[in-house]
Design a protein around this ligand. Structure first.
Ligand SMILES: Cc1cc2nc3c(=O)[nH]c(=O)nc-3n(C[C@H](O)[C@H](O)[C@H](O)COP(=O)(O)OP(=O)(O)OC[C@H]3O[C@@H](n4cnc5c(N)ncnc54)[C@H](O)[C@@H]3O)c2cc1C
Length: 398
């Protein structure tokens, strides 16, 4: 089987490699999303079509025709070069594609460009106490008062709410409709009066997510995406984009390559771990899963090229990708022995603590965006047509 992409694409690959060789020193190395280096790198990537590639120019993207193979080559070469592919986050990965599909022209003009450039940071207001996996039970309400929605209620686990400029938020606008039907999707600024953010400290000691409270928050009527009461459709479109972005096989491959480097430098009794039978065995098990994830990605790619259905192949990416990353980062921590426990400014910490940080981060991602158990339910019921699990309505919604 010939898996090469052909001369036209190999010449494109050469262009990408030249870009990376010339510019990779300017790429951010773990700086935050607001850092000048991150914003400058994002600008350079957009200008050269290495991020926001197919987003129309009038909305701040590069405006290339969709070409799945070129997008794939970019991803592969950035992974090989272990170089940042630019900013991500909930605004860029989730909201932008959803606005392109479902937003009004005004919303596209107002939000997509600044979000792509990293000037407008978003958070996602979905989960509530009592509405996580069963998201449609959410109770935060929005009532129309003249030209404004008045929002009251509480969200929880709102990642980056403390640094976000805007929120995309699910609210109940039709309290008497069946629970999936009475939801709307609003956009509003995080400095609107009536919003209170309380940090939630996680087991790493950091507070990356929050409880977010709304008391009579007034939102202009037109800041709704989709029709009133049809926010569930928008929410599901966003969740699809979120899940696509959570198990990226090229980033996983880049981390796997870094893991190999680590096992070549770490030793036990003078023996390199890469030559140690136990670690070698564990590395190969991880390698098998990385290859399987990449093959699944090729399956999705080939389905897209042939206009075939890739639903099932897409469904498994989040489940497999997040669990694999957690195990991959965990092997690195084991390989570092006692230094695997070092954190933050400990002088013995390796690779700026990225293995420890990613291990914890992916533990969170196994839960966030729909837990692994929920992914398995979705795969079995919607992907494999197995019998649906019995739905038990809560005794009281009040
Ligand atoms: C790192 C991180 C970041 C997050 N960021 C955000 C964010 O920015 N915005 C936001 O809105 N939310 C966010 N969340 C919340 C996340 O979406 C929820 O945690 C998730 O949907 C699960 O909901 P829950 O925590 O209420 O758990 P529950 O729904 O209470 O589930 C508890 C346990 O029961 C299992 N379970 C529940 N129902 C079923 C079922 N039907 N079948 C089998 N098992 C089931 C679950 O798998 C889980 O193990 C984040 C979470 C994490 C961990």
């Amino acid at each position: 089987m010939d898996l090469s992409y052909g001369p036209e694409y190999e010449s494109f690959r050469a262009e990408v490699v030249t870009f990376l060789t010339t510019h990779r020193d300017a790429a951010p190395k773990g700086e935050g999303m607001r850092a000048a280096a991150s914003l400058a790198w994002q600008k350079l990537l957009i200008e050269n079509g290495y991020t926001a590639r197919t987003i129309p120019e009038q909305y701040g993207g590069y405006g290339a025709e969709p070409d799945i193979l070129k997008s794939r080559i970019i991803a592969e070469e950035f992974a090989n070069a272990k170089t940042s592919t630019g900013l991500g986050g909930q605004g860029i990965s989730m909201l932008v594609p959803t606005l392109l599909e479902m937003g009004t022209e005004e919303q596209k003009q107002q939000f997509i460009g600044p979000t792509l450039r990293g000037e407008m940071v978003w958070c996602q207001g979905y989960s509530e106490p009592g509405a996580g996996s069963d998201l449609a039970s959410l109770r935060t309400s929005a009532v129309l008062d003249g030209d404004e929605w008045v929002v009251n209620g509480q969200k929880i686990w709102t990642s980056t709410a403390h640094i976000a400029d805007w929120i995309f938020c699910l609210v109940r606008t039709e309290p008497d409709a069946p629970k999936h039907k009475g939801i709307s999707f609003l956009l509003f600024e995080m400095d609107t009066p009536g919003i209170e953010i309380r940090p939630l400290v996680d087991m790493t000691g950091a507070a990356n997510f929050n409880e977010t409270f709304f008391t009579d928050v007034r939102v202009p009527k037109q800041q709704i995406v989709g029709e009133r009461g049809e926010g569930w459709l928008v929410a599901n479109a966003i969740l699809g984009h979120e899940r696509d972005s959570l198990g990226n096989p090229n980033i996983t491959l880049a981390r796997f390559n870094a893991l190999i480097d680590l096992l070549k430098t770490e030793t036990i009794d003078g023996q390199r771990l890469i030559d140690h039978p136990t670690y070698r065995d564990r590395l190969m098990r991880i390698q098998g899963r990385v290859m399987a994830l990449r093959c699944n990605d090729l399956r999705i790619l080939s389905a897209k090229l042939n206009n075939a259905d890739a639903t099932l192949a897409r469904m498994i990416v989040k489940l497999q990708g997040t669990e694999l990353r957690h195990d991959l980062e965990g092997l690195a921590i084991d390989a570092m022995g006692e230094f695997g426990l070092a954190y933050d400014d400990n002088p013995y910490v390796r690779d700026h603590g990225s293995w420890q940080a990613q291990y914890m981060f992916y533990l969170g991602l196994i839960i966030g965006g729909g837990t692994s158990q929920i992914q398995k339910n979705i795969i079995s019921e919607r992907g494999l047509d197995m019998p649906r699990e019995p739905k038990v309505e809560k005794a009281s919604q009040g």
